[in-house]
Design a protein around this ligand. Structure first.
Ligand code: ADP
Ligand code: ZN
Length: 735
């Protein structure tokens, strides 16, 4: 018996091995095996084919062992990976390694707890009062209790998502009589487990129309774009479509951008479907992830809710695939095999004969174009639930604010007034600025010296509270001194970040309780959950933050959203900059007015007439898409053309030599259908002391890009100057 094996290493192609007779009964397609490879006697590999004829002239070696009790890959998964290998030009073994949970080790593996029912936690009566007396040092207990008080009775799974290490705190709270735990057994047929809030809602007319189109397609591959404005009830449509798939005996896969930022979502699925749900996200330990993976592989759990890598989750007999917020950039993997989970989700649905639903309030232009050409079917939810109005959006044109009038923390008079009024009325506000730190650039007033990172070609950001200058690319930090190290002159900072906005808010509304939500203020999922809980309990009036505040949070108390500077994303050297800006503005605006009070949004910008800003103000997705698609068409950018980036990193001379060699190798493969930009230094020329170059190829069809890839093969395999070379198909980051 022979097997074709993809070895878990950065090598293209596969290798043939012999199966010794003692293992013959255990090996099949999709098995994970140990094989001798290079110097290693037991490298991990995956069986991707069963050839009948040995390759000529090669001495075959034997498979050394089989690693699992059953093959981790099913046939549709193998087809998905072969597709990804071909499309993303990625080594198959690397893709397969990325597809399996990190905890998958020796055969047998962790079996995980068997579950009987779903655990619910709730705050006990008197818990709110007790919170005040809780020892300040009992930080974890306090955080968990805050969360419970904000959310009421919820599945413990939601708590675990919010506080990955919160179990001891919960146990302590239960012992102290401040929280209760209860196990509910699974309702047959996937009925709801929560008494009120999580019963399936009677759907609105739009929702039921959407649901019946989706379920009407069940049983065969079909892709929908569910385009619903923020707060239109998309999640409810997913939940009910999945319930119907379950009733037909099918499994479901749900991909979401970042579970830690929206733990409620995990809770909603648990509450509706009980322990049929497996969650896969980075808050889990390797062991836990492995246990969830096994529950899916064994068919004990039939619904997977997870982040990007869950596109490979072993859901059995898949009937429906959902990608929520399909436009979110986190679905694109940036290193290793650079796949896009949304695109792979569609391919997976095709391979499994499942229905695929891509949902968003701001669909990516790639997905929109696929809907326009009829490849996907468009379903819309044009209104918010209860016909709540979308918030009114006002522009503050910063270029017209009198020169010389200082804008502390960039808060214009209009935004200041609105903030004061909101806080005084006892309502809440969110301020969004996509830049961390206090000031993004520190200059000497006398000699003009700009503080830059020694390892990266970027300026250092001042983090005033910590008193350091910090590099956001390599983490290098140095103490901030008020004097210029070169000439002793006085230094000044420009470019406000969230830390400065926070300080400005405290100055403008001293009575406001202000909190900041960014990667400096919060270090883990637990911090995020605690802050969101405090905000939900209205113990925070103003939340200042980076794009973390734009995610799908649902806070009825928020009536004001301020965009401190809409232009930060517009300035990126990326052809998607306008689209990204439009998405961020629309998403953050969607946080306002979700309760009974109408919301207002104030957008500060130097470019009020740029399409991304102007159309976001009018809640006009169609208008934006029209203009932006025209621009992309005329430039040959996606979705009308295909792109491939080749990224080179190495020493200064090595990276240049490699990039130039790649350019030379590519030129003969260029034609009317493929063009090359570069080789050129990347926008950020150096990161962590490594020089970066890139080449960018644009083509009308993917086959032309594969031709270029073949032409680059030899130079990429043995790059002159010892640089590293990485192919990135459908690249996102252009930095
Ligand atoms: P989206 O995902 O489109 O932003 P959600 O599904 O989160 O919207 O719904 C927004 C809010 O409306 C949620 O609080 C949800 O519980 C509620 N909701 C959804 N569908 C209904 C319905 N049919 N009737 C009443 N409330 C609903
Ligand atoms: Zn640096």
């Amino acid at each position: 018996m022979l097997v074709e094996v993809a070895v878990a290493a950065a090598v293209r192609g596969t290798f043939t091995y012999r199966v010794p007779s003692r293992l013959a009964g255990e090996v099949s397609l999709g098995s994970r095996v140990a094989v001798p490879f290079g110097k290693s006697p037991r490298a991990t590999g995956y069986v991707v084919g069963l050839p009948t004829v040995p390759p000529k002239g090669i001495e075959l070696r034997d498979v050394a062992g089989v690693l699992d009790e059953f093959p981790p890959f099913t046939q549709p998964m193998l087809r998905l990976i072969r597709w990804a290998e071909e499309y993303y030009l990625a080594p198959p073994g690397e893709l397969m390694r990325a597809a399996l949970p990190p905890g998958l080790n020796a055969r047998g593996g962790a079996s995980g707890p068997t579950r009987r029912g779903v655990e619910f936690a709730a705050p006990a009566s008197g818990a709110a009062e007790a919170l005040v007396t809780l020892d300040a040092r009992a930080h974890a207990r306090r955080a968990v209790l805050e969360y419970l008080l904000a959310r009421g009775r919820i599945p413990v799974e939601e708590l675990r998502t919010a506080f990955p290490r919160g179990r001891p705190a919960l146990t302590a709270l239960v012992k102290a009589g401040l929280a209760t735990l209860e196990t509910v057994s699974v309702a047959a047929g996937g009925g709801s487990l929560l008494p009120a809030a999580e019963h399936p809602f009677p759907l609105t007319a739009d929702q039921s129309a959407a649901l019946s189109r989706i379920t009407g397609a069940a049983g065969a591959f079909h892709t929908f774009l569910l385009h619903g404005v923020t707060g239109s009830g998309k999640t409810e449509v997913y939940l009910q479509a999945i319930a119907l798939a379950r009733a037909a005996g099918k499994g479901a896969l749900v991909l979401v951008p970042e579970i830690a930022l929206t733990p409620q979502l995990a809770g909603r699925f648990r509450a509706r479907f009980g322990d049929q749900v497996a969650l896969l996200h980075s808050g889990l330990s390797d062991r836990e992830r492995h246990a969830e993976w096994l529950r899916l592989r064994r068919g004990e759990a039939r619904i997977c809710v997870g982040v990007r890598s869950a596109v490979f989750a072993p859901v059995q007999d898949l009937g429906i695939v959902v990608v929520d917020e399909e436009h979110d950039p986190s679905f694109k993997q940036d290193d290793g095999p650079g796949y896009h989970a949304r695109d792979l989700a569609v391919v997976r649905a095709r391979e499994e004969g499942a229905v695929c639903v891509l949902g968003s309030a701001t669909p990516s232009l790639e997905t929109l174009e696929n809907a326009r050409t009829g490849k996907y079917e468009l379903v819309v939810l044009p209104r918010r639930i209860d016909d709540r109005p979308l918030p009114e959006v006002r522009i503050v044109d910063l270029s017209r604010i009198r020169k010389g009038a200082p804008l502390p923390g960039l808060l214009s008079p209009a935004l200041r007034e609105a903030l004061v009024a909101t806080v005084r009325a006892g309502r809440q506000a969110i301020l969004f600025l996509n830049r961390r730190g206090f000031q993004t650039l520190v200059l000497c007033r006398d000699c003009g010296r700009e503080e830059r990172c020694g390892n990266c070609s970027v300026s250092l950001t001042l983090h005033a509270r910590r008193g350091v200058l910090l590099c956001h690319y390599c983490g290098h930090s140095e103490r901030m001194s008020p004097r210029c190290p070169a000439c002793g002159g006085e230094r000044a900072g420009v470019g406000a970040g969230t830390e400065q906005v926070e300080a400005a808010v405290r100055e403008v509304v001293p009575e406001a309780r202000v909190a900041r939500m960014d990667r400096d203020a919060l270090t883990g999922a637990a911090d995020v959950a605690e802050l969101l809980a405090r905000f939900a309990r209205r113990e925070v009036d103003v939340l200042v933050g980076t794009q973390m505040v734009t995610k799908g949070h649902d806070f009825p108390g928020v009536t004001l959203v301020g965009v401190v500077l809409a232009d930060t994303a517009l300035a990126l050297p990326d052809f998607r900059a306008a689209e990204r800006t439009f998405q961020l503005l629309t998403q953050v605006a969607g946080r306002a007015g979700r309760g009974d009070e109408p919301g207002q949004v104030i957008v500060q910008t130097f470019h009020p007439h740029s399409p991304a800003v102007a159309f976001a103000v009018g809640h006009d997705y169609a208008g934006f898409a029209e203009v932006e698609l025209d621009r992309r068409r005329s430039l040959g950018y996606p979705p009308f053309g295909r792109m491939m980036a080749v990224r080179v990193e190495g020493s200064e001379a090595g990276a240049r030599r490699t990039a130039e060699a790649l350019g030379d190798a590519a030129r003969p493969a260029l034609s009317a259908g493929v063009s090359m930009l570069g080789p050129a230094p990347a926008a950020i020329e150096r990161i962590r002391g490594k020089s970066r170059w890139h080449l960018l190829f644009r083509a009308t069809d993917p086959a032309a890009l594969r031709r270029v890839h073949r032409a680059l093969g030899p130079a990429a395999l043995r790059p002159p100057g010892g640089a590293s070379v990485r192919f990135d198909v459908d690249p996102h980051a252009m930095l």
